[in-house]
Design a protein around this ligand. Structure first.
Ligand SMILES: [Fe+2]
Ligand SMILES: [Fe+2]
Length: 199
């Protein structure tokens, strides 16, 4: 199923790096899941699911996805719909629970302030919690048409301050343990920046 998904995604132009983002988040999920000490099979499943966590963004208009600057409230509402859109697509295609949970819940927050359902604490599936941390790290580190990248240190500082509110505080030590490996993904970030400069 995962291979089918990847093949299908090739038919859609990846103008704003959804695939690159998904791929890097997936690599980060592998690293963080290893630091947590999850079983080998679980690590693979979490990483595969992260590979398509933002697939629903393909249903959001490019104007909104690539808008430089802050989104208006209606635009933000439309953007938030990518979680449900991705979930519905993966559900129809027969993906299993880990994929569905990751697509639907990767923007839920530990304190209940996230979306789409405002889930709290351990009601948020672990696969979505892990993806969420890696998602934010990648988003901070990456260069996009609407923002510059943060350094590894800057991104880590921001994320560390979010454990207990956005992220599960019990995952903090595992995030810290994973950081040397996170930092090694620098080359991917640089490759992305260079690719964008050469467009
Ligand atoms: Fe997302
Ligand atoms: Fe994402």
């Amino acid at each position: 199923m995962f291979e089918a998904m990847t093949a299908q995604s090739r038919f859609v132009p990846d103008l704003d790096c959804i695939d690159l983002h998904n791929e890097r988040v997936s690599e980060l999920v592998t690293i963080l899941s290893q630091a947590i000490g999850l079983a080998e099979q679980k690590i693979k499943e979490f990483a595969w699911a992260a590979r398509v966590h933002d697939v629903g963004k393909r249903f959001i208009s490019e104007d909104i996805r690539n808008k430089p600057g802050k989104l208006s409230q209606p635009e933000f509402n439309k953007m938030q719909a990518h979680c449900v859109a991705g979930y519905q697509m993966l559900y129809r295609l027969g993906y299993d629970e880990i994929f569905l949970n990751t697509a639907l819940y990767h923007h839920e927050n530990w304190d209940g302030s996230g979306y789409p359902d405002g889930l709290r604490e351990d009601n948020i599936p672990l696969e979505a919690q892990v993806c969420s941390i890696c998602d934010v790290y990648e988003a901070l580190r990456a260069t996009r048409c609407y923002k510059a990248s943060k350094t590894h240190k800057e991104a880590v500082k921001i994320i560390l301050a979010l454990f207990g509110s956005k992220f599960n505080p019990k995952l903090r030590p595992f995030f810290v343990k994973a950081l040397p490996e996170f930092e090694k993904l620098e080359s991917l970030i640089l490759a992305d920046s260079q690719a964008q400069l050469s467009v």
